[in-house]
Design a protein around this ligand. Sequence first.
Ligand code: ADP
Length: 161
Amino acid sequence: MPRQKIVIYPGSFDPPTNGHLDLIQRASEVFAHVVVAVLRNESKTALFTVEERMEMLAEATKDLENVSIDSFSGLLVDYAREREGRMILRGIRAISDYEYELQMALMNRHLNPELETLFMPAAEQYSYLSSRLVKEVNRLGGDISKLVPPNVARRLADKSS
Ligand code: ADP
């Protein structure tokens, strides 16, 4: 069995936050290659287009040589097979994340028993941080500058102006 070199980090990233970036940075130190994969989900209404989210992620990770940005639609197991990746990365902030994440991980394993999910605990200082809250605080005029990278803060400001 070949050792895993690539890890796939899937998500909505609407928008990417410092919590996501912390996870990406830590994964990049452990794996030879990290693929951040933005889900194209027609049923979710998003603030940013998939292309905008990919651009924001690319800008924020430009100094990490072994990180690349991609998008996918449909089943994660199919995408992982296509990328020849067998390891999925997900972040856990609290027990509430764990229940949902465990369900997803077990379903993915059911669909493809060769696919493993790795849970990484969020950094303490970002463990309350979600894209949804960032959007909400920004919409109401709160300061989000310490919660997202500067390029994302700029785009959020453009959206609300
Ligand atoms: P999804 O819609 O797939 O949950 P998100 O973009 O909200 O996508 O999150 C992608 C992954 O990153 C999920 O595993 C989520 O638990 C994790 N995550 C979200 N926010 C944080 C954070 N602040 N710290 C660590 N992991 C996070």
